[in-house]
Design a protein. Structure first.
Ligand code: GLY
Length: 313
């Protein structure tokens, strides 16, 4: 651990074409949410909170915003149900907690944190995860908490096309349907500790029981004080096959790369091996922030080394 004395924070709200952001008002809506999330995370860190607390707080806020595909804005599966995945990881000791295929939980990232701290396991899924949530006293929310008109219409469109649809897809065919995917948050606190969190509703019209990269340590999320914190967003199957978050960390560990170099190398690998769609946000142990993506855009923002808030697509 290196005590940098400064903090860095990054969040993302998904990657894709974002063709629905056709006007300033819509763009402002998304960027304002990203900005407010970063400002909240900054307050957590300035008040002495850890990187882990900051990423949990930021991911929870994004889960509470229906425009993002996580928490209350989660997309619907083939049965018209929500099945959410989330994970959180502490770079101090590689502690991690994850949940997959959970429903009726407002903040899956908070349940993932409880799996990490209150169980001897790393991942719990479906009914087992829900029983654990009950055991921990976590409130269940009703199903209609998740049914935004946008998500119902999106599932309807996917069913009409008889296929699965990426929430963040950016193929020409999908250009009318593109909205947002996974959310994520990563942080370096002034004590030099890194943490990462990722949460998602997955893919529109996905098979019941499908789990993506977001809750998989090394795929959708990774944090190690020795290297970096990473959160990924995009086509989960590609990220699982390339173990993209750990791959970025390994470029640092084994080749001495910084955040920018390792992020570029990781995305090059994603493209070369599986022509993967999506992106990553990365903070290295020195507090350098980096991002890269293969999609047209990725909505994200950052505060690098206690500097200004910056947000962009
Ligand atoms: N990256 C989110 C998912 O594929 O589920």
């Amino acid at each position: 651990m290196s005590d940098t004395g400064t903090y860095s924070l990054m969040v993302h709200g998904g990657a894709g074409a974002l063709d629905n952001v056709k006007d300033d008002k819509t763009a402002f809506r998304y960027l304002d949410s990203i900005r407010r999330t970063l400002e909240h995370g900054r307050d957590v860190l300035l008040l002495g909170g850890s990187a882990l607390q900051a990423v949990e707080a930021c991911a929870s806020l994004l889960e509470d915003d229906p425009v993002f595909n996580a928490g209350c804005g989660s997309v619907l599966n083939e049965n018209g149900k929500v099945e959410m995945d989330a994970a959180i990881m502490d770079g101090r000791n590689l502690s991690a907690g994850a949940v997959a295929a959970v429903d009726n939980i407002a903040n899956p990232v908070q349940l993932a944190r409880l799996v990490m701290t209150e169980s001897e396991h790393v991942m719990l899924i479906a009914e087992g995860a829900m029983r654990f949530a009950d055991h921990c006293g976590m409130a269940r929310v009703p199903e209609d908490y998740f049914y935004t008109p946008d998500r119902v219409e999106q599932l309807h469109q996917a069913r009409l096309k008889h296929r699965m649809m990426l929430d963040h897809d950016d193929t020409e065919e999908d250009s009318e349907d593109q909205k947002y995917g996974t959310i994520g948050a990563i942080a370096l606190d002034p004590a030099g500790n890194l943490a990462a969190a990722t949460s998602t509703g997955g893919i529109v019209n996905k098979r019941m029981g499908r789990v993506g990269d977001s809750p998989i340590v090394g795929a959708g999320v990774y944090a190690d004080n020795e290297t970096c914190a990473v959160s990924a967003t995009g086509f989960g199957e590609d990220f699982m096959r390339t173990v993209i978050s750990k791959t970025v960390a390994d470029f640092m560990l084994m080749q001495g790369m910084d955040a920018n170099q390792a992020t570029k190398a990781g995305i090059d690998y994603l493209k070369r091996k599986v022509n993967g769609r999506g992106g990553v946000i990365v903070i290295d142990a020195a507090g350098n922030c980096a991002s890269d993506f293969t999609t047209k855009k990725m909505i994200h923002g950052w505060i690098e080394k206690s500097g200004e808030v910056t947000c962009r697509f």
